[in-house]
Design a protein around this ligand. Sequence first.
Ligand SMILES: Cc1cc2nc3c(=O)[nH]c(=O)nc-3n(C[C@H](O)[C@H](O)[C@H](O)COP(=O)(O)OP(=O)(O)OC[C@H]3O[C@@H](n4cnc5c(N)ncnc54)[C@H](O)[C@@H]3O)c2cc1C
Length: 395
Amino acid sequence: MDLRYSKSDEEFRAELRAWLEVEVPKHGTEPEQNDWESRLEYDTSWQRKLFEAGFAGINWPVEYGGRDASLSEQLIYYEEYARSKAPYVGVNFVGLLHGGPTLMAEGTEAQKEKHIPRIIRGEEIWCQGFSEPTAGSDLASLRTRAERDGDEYVINGHKIWTSFAQVSDYCELLARTDPDTKKHAGISWLILPMDVPGIEIRPLPTLKGELDFSEVFFEDVRIPVDSLVGKENDGWRVTNVTLRFERGTAFASEMYKLQEILARLKKTLQATTRWEATAWDDAALRREVGHLQAELDSLWAMLKLAISETSKTGMPGLGASAMKLYYTDLAQRVTQLCVGAIGRAALSRSPLEGLPDADFLGADLQPLSLSIAGGSSQIQRNIIAERILGHPKER
Ligand SMILES: Cc1cc2nc3c(=O)[nH]c(=O)nc-3n(C[C@H](O)[C@H](O)[C@H](O)COP(=O)(O)OP(=O)(O)OC[C@H]3O[C@@H](n4cnc5c(N)ncnc54)[C@H](O)[C@@H]3O)c2cc1C
């Protein structure tokens, strides 16, 4: 098998690179973290530009507005996207990277037709209503109820850590539709419009003062039964589809971004002088950078496998957990090396007394949350042990 990019792949790369080189600088700088109106406009208008240029929904069918790109074009897309420092997917994260993909894999034709084109055009924002105060790692013990009343479900309960709830149009909601059966068997995956009566959103400030998370309360919220994705009480299976996308391919461009961070570190070390030498003259440090670069190449190979599996089967395989665990660990080691190598300059967001301006601290803090988001690292280890390696199940 020839693993090199073909002539038409390279033409696609050139076309995308040329477009990004013009459009990325024109899109301006990212708004303040808590300026939600501007963030919404910034993220959705960028998504719209991608759509109009034919670069949105890269692996989704053309009939829903996607590009239906080949496997190699998808990889090129992630590489070029990260290289160009194009805007982060932002508030479109859930819709584009795991809610929409779940609808593509499990939704009815009507659900796909209604939501996928709008998600691709940046017209529909989604959030994830999975976690509850007593259901995080043990997600199947969730208590939010959806009781059937004629043609409707009536929802009561409480979600937590819901990212982007305040700007979302829809929520991928997990609710208990049968409280009298085993906990994994009584759950359903529902499409919840966020503008129906009975929903209260209370933002949860983080230590940095950011308001990305919210608690969401439901009191007698009514939605039609055709909001169901998959069958009633079959939501745990559908949830696992969502989680495989969330763990498997959702972080593709960020994975590539780590290569950029490491390249930036190299340049920074070359510019950091210590007496007669530069920091880059330190052989031990160079070795560490080299090892991490090799590991990033391995991670990229794992991603290629996940994308290839998705192209063949419609979703990433169980190895998604291994990839998420490896990415989390590697992201933390790369950014810790950055902070350790340049010392106090890493704390600065602007040039500091002649030391290089790197803003590695922001890059360092973000990967810490990866150990928890989308299922903690311990849970990924349990999945790998039990479901991939076949070790005995924990009690
Ligand atoms: C940045 C970020 C964004 C998020 N966005 C969303 C969102 O949009 N929607 C949403 O629904 N949720 C979201 N979450 C929540 C996330 O899914 C949960 O935090 C996560 O699943 C862990 O659940 P928990 O916080 O309840 O921790 P717990 O489940 O209470 O776990 C606490 C600790 O115990 C460990 N632990 C628990 N059980 C086991 C076990 N069986 N074996 C070994 N160790 C175990 C865990 O690994 C962890 O270290 C987000 C979280 C983060 C950090």
